[in-house]
Design a protein around this ligand. Sequence first.
Ligand SMILES: *Cc1c(COP(=O)(O)O)cnc(C)c1O
Length: 397
Amino acid sequence: MQLLDTLQASLRELDAQHLRRRRRTTESPCAPHVRVDGRDMLAFCSNDYLGLAAHPAISAALAEGAARYGAGSGASHLISGHSRAHAQLEERLAAMLAPHLEQARALYFCTGYMANLAVLGALAGQDAEIFSESLNHASLIDGARLARARVQIYPHADTQTLTRQLAASRAGTRLIVSDGVFSMDGDIAPLRELLALAERHGAWLVIDDAHGFGVLGEHGHGVLEHAGLRSPHLVLMGTLGKAAGVAGAFVAAHATVIDWLVNRARPYIFSTAAAPAQAHALLASLDLIEGSDGRRRRAHLRTLTQQLQARLGLRQWRHQPTPTAIQPVLLGENAQALHAAAGLERLGLWVPAIRPPTVPAGTARLRVTLSAAHTAADVDRLAAALNQLDSEAGHAP
Ligand SMILES: *Cc1c(COP(=O)(O)O)cnc(C)c1O
């Protein structure tokens, strides 16, 4: 069949470029020590930065939520799927973000991908212009496409170019859109400057805090707490399947923005609400994140980050130290990154090789992620393995 022949040829082309993707199957809960495809591995790849994905109190809350509310919501939020558990979660998130927003309200989504499509689709009409950071997550890029607004891309952290683009814009509505913590680089956006620009130009600043929520800030409230920002111009998206350890996402913003999303955001309106049990489990997760347990986990994560930095002595590859749980090691070519990941795998370490289109061509890398569930011994083992493979790469012909 010709259609299948075309796909098979395209897949062979991916193979030739070292871009073919394949999945691993895990047989144990998400944790540093996992059983994957029948083998015990030490993993540095999940976004479970606080080690909450398999926390007994959260798993118990999920079971309790299922006992109380059942397995499924049965409908979208606007029909009959909006439960008490969803409402409680939204109230709790709004209270957490209230120091940073005016008249804060929050809206819970099934996934962060949907939340980003919803925000950009609903806020950016046809007379809008979106100013999008070049390293933004795919869901923000797709959201901008779906919005059918004009899109200007500004280079990574380049607020000067952004300033020029904003000054030249005649659009009725302007949205500056950026990851808070960049997912493949681990660095933090220049949020204070971005917010000043948004306020000066009457623009919204939409921040995707997928990798900051839970991890950054004294109480784990994310990049806004970390940077000490407050403004009516802010719209915050945070995910709840990463540091929060469960699933879903939220948008927090002024009550009017949230009302507008409820009325106009198609990914919110035309999709079945997540299981109420998930929202119930997230209430337990937020208790841990905001409390002394969360503070201890964030402190341990920072210690591990510093330890990795101190132990690594790379000559061929380049570790890019960051203030977050994401610690990329840059190699360059796709084949090099795959070779390095395979070398780590032989040593029992699971670290993903990240290639285009997830990162720009020529910047293939190992994306090391640390978790508060790792021990100092785990991080020593990783550093020793990376040092060894890096020095072997140096001796290759
Ligand atoms: C993971 C991620 C998302 C998508 O969130 P999901 O809940 O996994 O759909 C959005 N933005 C960024 C920056 C992410 O890393």
